[in-house]
Design a protein around this ligand. Structure first.
Ligand SMILES: NC(=O)c1ccc[n+]([C@@H]2O[C@H](COP(=O)([O-])OP(=O)(O)OC[C@H]3O[C@@H](n4cnc5c(N)ncnc54)[C@H](O)[C@@H]3O)[C@@H](O)[C@H]2O)c1
Length: 280
């Protein structure tokens, strides 16, 4: 398992007060990394994430920053490096979503989603990549997108566009940074059990049941189930993986039709004598 060992590396996770951010930070800490935790100033839950990282025996430093303030991000990244040293693993996870029909999206709402979900990802990647090059760090950049970077979902024009933009900017950075040994990938979750969409004005249970029926694995992901794939992209185990997206969606994008729901229940086609032998 040495190839997953992150001992001696520093990882920065944005949106670290949130459900996925906490699971990512904790998994990186359990693999041996020290953590720099970024979220909005005063974000509820950031201390809890830090405590979980410290309980795992790793260092956790808080670096509050409103990532919507794009112009501040290069100086923010410089301050982080000056106080914490080189960042080996950058996880751009912070994100916002608002369920709004296309005709009700205001310029302010569009800009906010783009600033947090896209602009911050680009400008943090840009600055930290320059640090990685200057510091000779064979870094890892992992941008958290969504299945919505690859297929559309009604009511989320800005969110879908923001995530699709991150998919392609990541692939571009992967090419430009490959000569420096830095990998850039996106991790694209499907539906995860987190509070991000709690404010959506939907009949939640009904929506969730209808959506769950479409997921081949039959359930939402837990944040921890997204953290395992992250470790692959963050570690030496994923050293030759760059410029790609890793869907963690329970198979939902592989299935264009709800065919299995209308097929007879599965029955084994194996001859009865090929049943597994009884364990002694
Ligand atoms: N939950 C899902 O079903 C799901 C599915 C696909 C992708 N994602 C993506 O995963 C990422 C994490 O989502 P989550 O479900 O943990 O959401 P969450 O709401 O629990 O966490 C998001 C975090 O980002 C922080 N954040 C928001 N705006 C910020 C800003 N301006 N500056 C700094 N921090 C800011 C929030 O404070 C919060 O802690 C997001 O990018 C989201 O789009 C989530």
């Amino acid at each position: 398992m040495d190839r997953f060992d992150l001992t001696g590396r520093t990882a920065l996770v944005t949106g670290a007060a949130g459900a996925l951010g906490r699971a990512f930070a904790l998994a990186l800490a359990e693999a041996g990394a020290d953590l720099l935790l970024v979220d909005l100033p005063g974000a509820e839950g950031l201390d809890e994430t830090a405590q979980a990282v410290r309980a795992a025996g790793r260092g956790a430093a808080l670096h509050p920053q409103d990532l919507a303030r794009t112009e501040e991000l290069p100086a923010f990244a410089d301050r982080v490096r000056a106080t914490a040293g080189p960042v080996h693993i950058l996880v751009n996870n912070a994100g916002v979503a608002a369920l709004e029909r296309f005709n009700t999206i205001t310029p302010a709402s569009w800009r906010h989603v783009m600033r947090v979900n896209t602009d911050a990802v680009f400008f943090l990647s840009q600055r930290f990549a320059e640090h990685m090059i200057a510091d000779g760090v064979p870094g890892r950049i992992i941008n958290i997108t969504s299945k919505n970077a690859h297929v559309a979902e009604a009511g989320l024009a800005h969110y879908n566009a923001s995530k699709a933009a991150v998919d392609l900017l990541s692939k571009t950075l992967a090419i430009e940074l490959a000569p420096h040994g830095i990998t850039v990938n996106t991790l694209a979750p499907g539906m995860v059990d987190t509070p991000i969409d709690d404010a959506f004005p939907l009949a939640h249970e009904e929506f969730e049941a209808a959506y769950r029926a479409r997921i081949p694995l039959g359930r939402y992901a837990s944040p921890e189930e997204c953290a395992g794939p992250l470790l692959l992209l963050a570690s030496d185990a994923g050293a030759y993986v760059t410029g790609t997206h890793l869907l963690v969606d329970g198979g939902v994008l592989a299935d264009q039709m709800p065919r299995t729901r209308f097929m007879p229940p599965y029955r084994s086609g194996l001859p009865t004598e090929s049943a597994p032998p009884e364990t002694p």
